[in-house]
Design a protein around this ligand. Structure first.
Ligand SMILES: [Zn+2]
Length: 494
């Protein structure tokens, strides 16, 4: 069993042994949401993938400080330096304060992430709360000579930077190609070079979100917040920086350039990127308009959905793919995930009722259970390979069912190891929640059937006292019972 953890570093394009800068502490920064709309499946993926990383590092005993930012300012439309701020635009359309929009969607984001059983990060800093740090960062980059001021805006000088360093080292892009392929956009004429990006933008008169700075009243460029907040909370050199692959360029590439310029060195030891969720082979994204929100998944209210899917089905579906593979949405795949999860939890229900036999147990079975346990760790140590963990757990499901069917017996020690493996991997590391498939509706249905059957038999005995007692108790739980000719029915609500 390989006990060292390997992870794929986007920067070196190889799997590297994970050796924290300052063990047992680990600093991890992941780019969070821009809060101007409901989270969709594409947002669930990085949140779940890095939740898996967070949980596993904690399981290994590391003291992890996990920072995930909330972008509430400076992210302009089309991810370029022109156009309206995404949040300000939403605020204008809905006649709200920009901060009302940011608050509303940040709250919504938390509700859905909680439903997916994603652990809250240690710190969730907001860009608008760290303007001072961002202004300071711009000042340092200017002082180092890698930025210039035009009409109150500050731009990063990519050509100058690239003479000494390599702008493109993370994404593999080459500056000459970038220059050839960057469109000259209207209003971009302030830049020396179309590939330069804004560190600080002077606010137009209609722009509401603005702060004072040495250069103008304005707002920070989108890439800047992660440099500033990462340094603020994790120091000048920390372990892991993560995000979706769509952030590789220009966001993370620019972040490297900013840190290198301002601090004189890079800040991140391991860069990790999760792959995209696709729909009909195309990236699912808000700007592409082909997204399905988590709310729609949970309620089944989108035309592309054959049914509602519980939060745990979504979580399991995402974990069934390795984080660096693309994940294509389809009803068939989600239904298969739902079925698989049910099988897994049914087996866990059986597992906790299995009776060991002192005399039972074949030597071969002992080997199998030990192998299964080690294989789960090997898979996690091999770049967080959750699909292999799940495949091994299903191997365990086979053993559980076989013992339950009395085809095999199991010793006390083997049963303990099997239970420990399931508890550790299913609940602690994969973060799946117990209770049918994380959705209580099936339980409730079964329970209500039972309660109404008991009530029916009391009515048949003319025991009206018990019958009324049950009805009134249910009423208090906001479950209404209706008695009809063909028996009783129930519904949620008064
Ligand atoms: Zn970021």
């Amino acid at each position: 069993m390989e006990s060292r953890l390997f992870l794929f570093n986007t920067l070196s394009r190889t799997k590297e042994v994970f050796e924290p800068v300052n063990p047992p502490f680990v600093g991890m920064y992941v780019c969070g949401p821009t809060v101007y709309g409901d989270p969709h499946l594409g947002h669930a993926r990085p949140a779940i993938c890095f939740d898996l990383v967070f949980r596993y590092l904690q399981h290994l005993g590391y003291k992890v400080r996990y920072v995930r930012n909330i972008t509430d300012v400076g992210h302009l439309e089309h991810d370029l330096d022109e156009g309206e701020d995404k949040i300000a635009k939403k605020a204008r359309l809905e006649q709200l304060e920009p901060m009302e929009v940011a608050q509303y969607y940040a709250d919504r984001y938390f509700i859905f992430m909680d439903a997916l059983n994603i652990k809250r990060p240690s710190i969730e800093p907001r860009a608008s709360g760290h303007i001072i740090e961002q202004v300071e960062f711009v000042r340092k980059i200017l002082e180092a000579g890698y930025a210039y001021v035009v009409n109150g805006s500050v731009y990063f000088d990519i050509e100058k930077y690239n003479k000494k360093y390599n702008y493109g080292k993370l994404s593999g892009r080459v500056l000459d190609d970038l220059l050839a392929n960057t469109r000259e956009l209207e209003g971009q004429d302030e830049k020396h070079n179309p590939a330069d990006f804004a560190l600080w933008k002077k606010a137009q008169p209609e722009h509401i979100m603005r702060w004072p700075s040495p250069w103008s009243e304005g707002f920070p460029g989108w890439h800047l917040e992660c440099s500033a907040m990462g340094t603020r909370y994790l120091g000048e050199f920390f372990d892991i920086h993560g995000g979706g692959m769509d952030l590789l360029f220009p966001h993370h590439e620019s972040e490297i350039a900013q840190n290198q310029s301002a601090l004189g060195h890079e800040s991140v030891k391991y860069w990790m990127h999760n792959n995209m969720v696709t729909i009909n082979g195309q990236k699912m994204g808000k700007s592409l308009g082909n997204f399905i929100t988590l709310d729609e998944f949970f309620s089944g209210s989108h035309a592309s959905l054959a049914q509602a899917y519980s939060p745990m089905t979504i979580r399991f579906f995402i974990l069934q793919a390795h984080y660096r593979s693309t994940l294509d949405f389809s009803n068939e795949a989600l239904q298969a995930a739902e079925k698989g999860l049910k099988r897994l939890f049914a087996a866990i229900g059986v597992l906790h009722k299995l009776q060991p036999e002192a005399t039972g147990q074949s030597h071969q079975q002992s080997q199998e259970i030990k192998k299964l346990h080690d294989a789960c760790y090997d898979a996690m140590n091999d770049d967080f390979n959750s699909p292999i963990v799940i495949a091994n757990l299903f191997e365990g499901v086979r053993i559980i069912n076989s013992v339950n069917d009395k085809k095999e017996s199991i010793s006390v020690e083997d049963l303990e190891l099997l239970q420990k493996t399931f508890n550790t991997f299913v609940f602690d590391i994969l973060g799946l929640k117990s209770g049918s498939s994380g959705d209580n509706s099936e339980y409730l249905k079964g329970l209500m059937e039972l309660v109404l059957k008991i009530r029916q038999s009391s009515r048949e005995r003319k025991d009206w006292g018990t019958s009324d007692q049950i009805r009134d108790a249910l009423q208090k739980l906001e479950i209404t019972v209706k008695d009809g000719k063909d028996g009783s029915t129930w519904e949620l609500g008064k």
